[in-house]
Design a protein around this ligand. Structure first.
Ligand code: ADP
Ligand code: MG
Length: 701
């Protein structure tokens, strides 16, 4: 079935409305680009006062065009756009690319103009790219359309690319042309009045000739739809995103730890990683990744071998690999023996393999073949610095020959030298070996391949997330609202957790010292006493938490002292009772949390907890829903994971208990959209089991 975007990317005829004879104008440049790059369909320049543009007959209006128009590229002044759209609709144009600016981006009447543009186009069933964009491009041999005003055309390839910024789109096309990066289709989406990044993702996801999708994003129009489409498309082909604009951070002053730790960008990071989307840090990085994904197989693991003709580059590459999360693996004994037969004593035959400056093209062939045959090696990087008396083209040919016999293992080349040693580069690229000038670029690209491979291997959750008791939670929330509170009292928050099966410390709320003593008698010492107050956020800051109370005397004294201190230091704080709980020694402190991002909605957090949580900042974020693998990934991806896995003879903490609690939390958050912030700090984890000893929940106002 034809897709509605086919008329955008493979039109049989194009009208350029606002085609111009004047050099330097966009209306001139677009017609020039269509001609220069050999558009395969019929072209109709439309201009009320010219008989010809670029020596092609021009028409005074779209209604005067003699044949059917698939695509109209609109470059007229903003005041005339709506009239043109109306005419296009009447003559049955298939789709519009509106280059003209002066719409939503200028505010005021521009907003209304854009609304009417969308409304008229919908009325006639025309798709719209833009307004305020720089056009579209297709390198398909049957189309060959450059309907942009970019000064260059990238060579054909298997990468499709969308840019939310027009200016960056031009830069990127330039860059692609200069570095020979193949582009299949391109669109600059401008204000996204109709066609969105998500639409393109879906379109290119289904396009068999697009192998890699690149996106320059400034915002997510509809993050939930993005998540759904990206998850599905990433299974089939890689999506690489440069996301700019780190302005998502919630403006709302955060009362929870989670809120304070979750800058908006971390939600973006989490969302992209969960969808298998690879994030590039810069436009340069975007292309470094793209050229790798376009040609290389996905490696089975992260173990790399490096082959070089100089020690320095070998070390630089090894460092860059380790920094990117790859492993410079130990070679098998047999591989080292094989290398020892052919290389001089001065060569270093451990990984990185340094064949020294006397290396010949044949040395590269032998050494690469040896490391690629090694069962410990998943990928190889061949690095070359030019010595005297050997031809780069010959080295390139040797690398190609060796790589060809190991098609399942990616081989990347680092050609260090000015401009990346152009001789041989094209041949390498042609043979499926991406080349880089800098070690870091190659390492990051390879690391991205590894990450993508890991993501794709993960199976979707096989066990459903545990259920909770939504009615019980609803009743607690209603009671709080009835009491005029948007922040739950600690015992209420604990009840909410319990309703979803998240283990909570045994506790009781009492009125006075006598009540506390009686509760402690039931739980057994040692105990903890805390003030319950709607007005205290971080209780320990004001002495409202007394831990490890071992005797009735200690408990009685602590409670009396706490109440007295509160009365003098926080006289306005209402004290609703005293929470007495078991004191649980020996646990490791983690934090479970949730905050609401203005763009993404709920974001879950896990990390090392306790009172220093903000100082440590060792936390990770995910966007619900979560499968089991993602919950486990959260636990394992924090920097301090070693502390949980067990260091210095400590037994490992109960990972299953953490994974289970994270999944239950995700469920809770999903079921109750009016929870806007939640902190369990600490969530104590033991060798067996884990328990919440503190809980804080905020409801939407
Ligand atoms: P807040 O975070 O409001 O200051 P908490 O209830 O988290 O108060 O208590 C402060 C600290 O006391 C916790 O981070 C934890 O180290 C310790 N703590 C509190 N309750 C217990 C308990 N039941 N068992 C062990 N340690 C506890
Ligand atoms: Mg706490």
């Amino acid at each position: 079935m034809p897709h509605s975007l086919d008329t955008v990317f493979r039109p049989r005829s194009i009208a350029v409305v606002g085609a111009s004879r004047r050099p330097g104008t966009i209306g001139h440049q677009i017609v020039a680009n269509l001609l220069r790059y050999d558009y395969q369909g019929v072209l109709y320049p439309v201009n009320p006062s010219a008989t010809a543009v670029h020596a092609i007959p021009a028409y005074p209006s779209v209604t005067a065009v003699p044949g059917p128009i698939d695509l109209a590229v609109v470059v007229v002044p903003k005041e005339h756009v709506l009239d043109v759209v109306e005419e296009c609709g009447q003559v049955g144009v298939g789709a519009l690319v509106v280059i003209s600016a002066g719409f939503r981006e200028v505010g005021g009447e521009g907003v209304e103009r854009e609304r009417r543009l969308r409304e008229r186009a919908r009325h006639y069933g025309m798709r719209v790219v833009g307004p305020n964009c720089m056009g579209v491009l297709s390198n398909d041999p049957a189309v060959r359309m450059n309907a942009t005003f970019a000064p260059s055309m990238p060579p054909p390839g298997a990468t499709s690319f969308m840019s939310q910024s027009g200016a960056l789109g031009v830069t990127i096309l330039d860059y692609a042309a200069e570095f020979g990066i193949g582009v299949r289709e391109f669109a600059s989406v401008g204000n996204k009045a109709d066609v969105s990044g998500n639409d393109l993702l879906e379109y290119w996801g289904a396009d068999p000739d697009t192998r890699v999708i690149l996106m320059y994003l400034e915002s997510f129009g509809n993050p939930r739809r993005f998540t759904r489409i990206a998850r599905e498309v990433s299974r089939r082909k890689p999506i690489v995103v440069v996301k700019s604009g780190r302005t998502l951070a919630g403006a709302r002053a955060a009362s929870s730890h989670t809120g304070a730790l979750a800058g908006g960008d971390r939600a973006t990071e989490a969302l992209l990683a969960q969808c298998g989307v690879l994030r590039a840090d810069s436009v340069e990085d975007l292309f470094d990744l793209a050229i790798a994904f376009e040609v290389l197989p996905i490696p089975k693991g992260e173990r790399v071998a490096v082959v070089t003709n100089a020690g320095g580059p070998g070390i630089m590459i090894a460092d860059a690999c380790e920094a990117a999360g790859l492993t410079i693996t130990d070679l098998e004994e047999a591989t080292r023996a094989r290398l020892a037969e052919v290389f001089p004593e001065e060569a270093s035959l451990r990984n990185p393999v340094d064949m020294i400056a006397s290396a010949t093209p044949e040395s590269y062939r032998v050494a690469l073949d040896a490391v690629l045959s090694d069962a410990h090696v998943d990928a190889a990087i061949a690095a070359f610095v030019p010595p005297l008396g050997i031809r780069q083209e010959d080295v390139a040919a040797a690398i190609i020959e060796a790589a060809a016999t190991h098609e399942d293992k990616p081989v990347l080349a680092v050609l260090m030298g000015r401009e990346g040693l152009p001789q041989g580069r094209a041949e390498l690229r042609e043979a499926g070996i991406p080349t880089y000038i800098f070690p870091e670029s190659a390492a990051r690209a390879l690391a991205a391949l590894v990450r993508y491979g890991r993501w794709r291997e993960r199976r979707p959750a096989d066990t459903p997330a545990p259920r909770g008791d939504p009615d019980r939670v609803r009743r607690i929330l209603e009671a709080a609202r009835a009491g005029g509170r948007s922040r739950l009292l600690e015992p209420e928050a604990m009840d909410v957790l319990e309703a979803y099966g998240i283990p909570v410390v045994e506790h009781a709320v009492v009125r006075d010292v006598a009540g506390a003593l009686e509760a402690a008698e039931r739980f057994g010492y040692p105990v903890v006493a805390k003030a319950v107050s709607p007005d205290l956020v971080h209780k320990s800051d004001v002495g409202a938490v007394r831990v490890d109370l071992r005797t009735p005397e200690e408990l009685g004294e602590a409670v009396a002292d706490m109440l007295q201190r509160l009365a003098s230091e926080a006289p306005d704080a209402r004290v609703e009772g005293i929470l007495v709980s078991r004191f649980l020694g020996g646990g490791r402190e983690t934090i479970l949390g949730m905050t609401t991002d203005p763009t993404f909605g709920p974001v879950l957090m896990f990390g090392l907890g306790g009172v220093y949580v903000e100082a440590l900042g060792d936390v990770t974020f995910r966007v619900p829903p979560l499968d089991e693998g993602e919950a486990r990934d959260m636990v394992r991806s924090i920097r301090g994971h070693a502390l949980l896995a067990g260091v210095r003879g400590d037994p490992p903490a109960d990972e299953e208990a953490l994974v289970d609690a994270i999944r239950r939390l995700a469920r809770l958050v999903d079921d109750h959209p009016d929870l806007v912030e939640l902190d369990v700090n600490p969530f104590l984890v033991f060798e067996q089991g884990a328990v919440a000893v503190d809980a804080r929940i905020t409801l939407a106002e």
